[in-house]
Design a protein around this ligand. Sequence first.
Ligand code: NAD
Ligand code: DAU
Length: 366
Amino acid sequence: MILLVTGGAGFIGSHFIRLVLENRPSYRLINLDKLTYSGNLENLADLAAHEAAKRYFFVEGDICDAGLVRSLFSGEHPLFDRHPELRYREAGSPISAVVHFAAESHVDRSIRDASAFFRTNAEGTRVLVESARIHWGIEPPASKSLYRFLHVSTDEVYGSLEPNDPLFREDSPLRPNSPYAASKAASDLTVLAYVHTYGLPAIVTRCGNNYGPNQHPEKFIPLFITNALEDRPLPLYGDGRQVRDWIYVVDHCRALLLILERGLAGEIYNIGAGEERANREVAELLVLTMNKSTDLIRSVRDRPGHDRRYALDVTRLKSALGWKPELSFAEGVKATVGWYQSHPEWWKRLKDQAFWAYYREVYGSV
Ligand code: NAD
Ligand code: DAU
């Protein structure tokens, strides 16, 4: 089994790669990543010392580069000459499955400039499914079931809930509100169109808010932890009563591996831990966990178009595949705070000049 993972140097992708290498000794894994500001090979640096590193191959590149993507699906990329063990099939594509994480992922950045979001999230996804269709299509139909294209998407495509609305289900209408969410909805619909039109054996997953080690400090939880560690103000948008459905990143990755191996082609699966929390509550839990003062929390101008609430119905994933989360929010937050406390070299390097220039644009003088 050769997995092509896109965006594996990012937050969730790097946890997924580690989970697969540690638990699936027969899998080989190619990580295609452009290394944008959010891609970080240090996320996987610990692998180098492990036996499993022999089954891991990194290719720096852009998912929008159709020639590069085609060469990976066809086995013509120089990587396959350097590593003949990757040519394990007599004919057809050496890639058995794709797990597609690569994306521009931060809502605030999409509000400032959405161009990279539509390029990578919408067009990049189209390039990938097109290559999969062409190269997987040359196999006899019976073996198509061996292939899988797992598209990692988000609950933000469903839009926003009011406090008493029922949870998002897989058949809820798509009502994306931010440019980021619109670009992800475009990617979901593209993948599903390829399922419908060409029979591409693809699956779409929609997960809630992830948190855990290695998340870029632009995002809410790592921003608040790292700012608090430096006694800087914690900028809480608006009234702080927006609700998110939080999941520990490794629980998300365990669900993805299960869906990859046992999920139904053509299906959509919501992924969530049912840990709905208001932002203010999360901010207070973080400062409490870190023995800091709640005075650090400052209300700032709200995010434009800020979605009020996300919450997912995960009945399908639980009843069909038997998944359940392993970490409670309280346990996950403790582990996450502990990781940022013990890895200052990881996050301090990311809070560089460019980061603070971005920060001033979004938050003003806070
Ligand atoms: P991230 O920003 O940490 O990582 C994205 C990765 O994609 C980076 O390594 C980056 O270098 C790479 N990348 C960006 N553009 C690329 C391109 N054109 N070609 C190749 N690589 C490129 O993001 P994340 O938080 O790990 O999210 C991963 C995926 O999961 C995204 O598709 C996101 O929409 C989805 N998702 C995220 C969350 C969350 O809470 N973080 C929740 C649900 C779904
Ligand atoms: O729901 C899944 C989505 O979760 C993913 O698809 C996105 O890739 C991921 O970035 C995340 O989107 P959010 O916008 O929900 O996450 P973020 O961490 O940016 O913000 C979480 C909440 O915290 C949100 O209501 C906005 C608020 N917030 C965020 C920041 C960065 C603040 O109050 N202050 C902040 O400084």
